[in-house]
Design a protein around this ligand. Structure first.
Ligand SMILES: Cc1ncc(COP(=O)(O)O)c(C=O)c1O
Length: 292
């Protein structure tokens, strides 16, 4: 008998439908108040100052690198066990991704292999919190500080994961999350950048909205301001329809994490019975959230 075990199943119910209906009825379906609500909820949950919702985590990584000034000629150290998007984002900026091998126990970047790859051109490190288990951030931050490098956390799978009681994505200079269908909370496609750096957050907001400086001032001041396009930007905005799903999904985040941890425990116990399979290793410093 063939049994299919799905990699993930979305947890949707009436809540998502009600949120979407409200947005459709409001008439404001592109980026607007629902995006702000979604950003505020995640900001408060993670305890960060700024959150910028975007189209996906690839655009979040791209904007983070641009916002931090990564450019042609720079090198960025990237965990080599990742999805191509992490390296692609570096290439979008015409910089060079330099891949660092992982610790085969955690599947996360191996801090002891980082130093030998640092050159005069190295500007940043992108650790990936693989499958929801945070990378060894103390070691990574120590190296970054010593060599004056920026740390961009690819926390694509790690919303709610913790390293030494700090949320993944909030430890480096900037953190990037995904709400793709396979992720913990799911808006179909979606992404988010978080940081505590005001200038960086403003730059990323502008870049995500066509390089339009006044878009957010107009919202804050509630008055008509002629848009000012100050740089070449992108259309990486999250829509209010997407954010509506995000707001409904966010309420389920802790429940989804607990359910994934329960399933992981179930499979750990079942797989233990098979001699040649080892259940995934969990670092003592990590709160693993088991995302696919
Ligand atoms: C480690 C990693 N980084 C980045 C991405 C890109 O995320 P998104 O699909 O939201 O663009 C993925 C996609 O799964 C990923 O696994």
């Amino acid at each position: 008998m063939e049994i299919k075990i799905p990699l993930v199943k979305p947890y949707f119910d009436e809540d998502e439908l009600t949120e979407i209906k409200n947005v459709l009825e409001s008439g404001w379906v592109s980026q607007g108040p629902k995006v702000k609500e979604f950003e505020n909820k995640i900001k408060a949950y993670l305890g960060v100052k700024y959150a910028i919702a975007v189209t996906n985590c690839t655009s979040a990584l791209h904007l983070s690198l641009l916002g931090l000034g990564i450019k042609e000629g720079d090198e960025v150290l990237v965990a080599d066990y990742t999805f191509p998007a992490t390296g692609h984002a570096v290439l979008y900026c015409r910089a060079k991704p330099v891949f660092i091998d992982i610790n085969p126990k955690t599947y996360n970047i191996n801090p002891s292999l980082i130093k030998s790859k640092i050159t005069a051109k190295t500007k940043a490190i992108i650790p990936v919190h693989t499958f929801g288990q945070p990378a060894e951030m103390d070691e990574i931050m120590g190296i970054a500080q010593k060599h004056d490098l920026i740390v961009i956390e690819d926390a694509v799978c790690a919303l709610g994961a913790k390293y030494k009681n700090k949320y993944a994505g909030t430890i480096g200079d900037i953190g990037c999350f995904s709400f793709h269908a396979r992720k913990g909370i799911n808006t179909g496609e979606g992404g988010l950048v978080v940081t505590n750096n005001k200038n960086l957050a403003e730059k990323i907001r502008n870049l995500a909205v066509f390089g339009m400086k006044t878009a957010w001032e107009r919202e804050i001041n509630n008055k008509f301001i002629i848009p000012e396009f100050t740089e070449v930007g992108y259309n990486y905005k999250m829509s209010d329809i997407t954010a509506a799903v995000g707001v409904a999904q966010f309420k389920k985040l802790e429940r989804i994490i607990k359910q994934k941890q329960k399933l992981a425990q179930y499979w750990d116990e079942k797989l233990e019975e098979i001699e040649f399979i080892q259940p995934p290793y969990v670092n003592n410093d990590a709160l693993h959230i088991y995302q696919a």
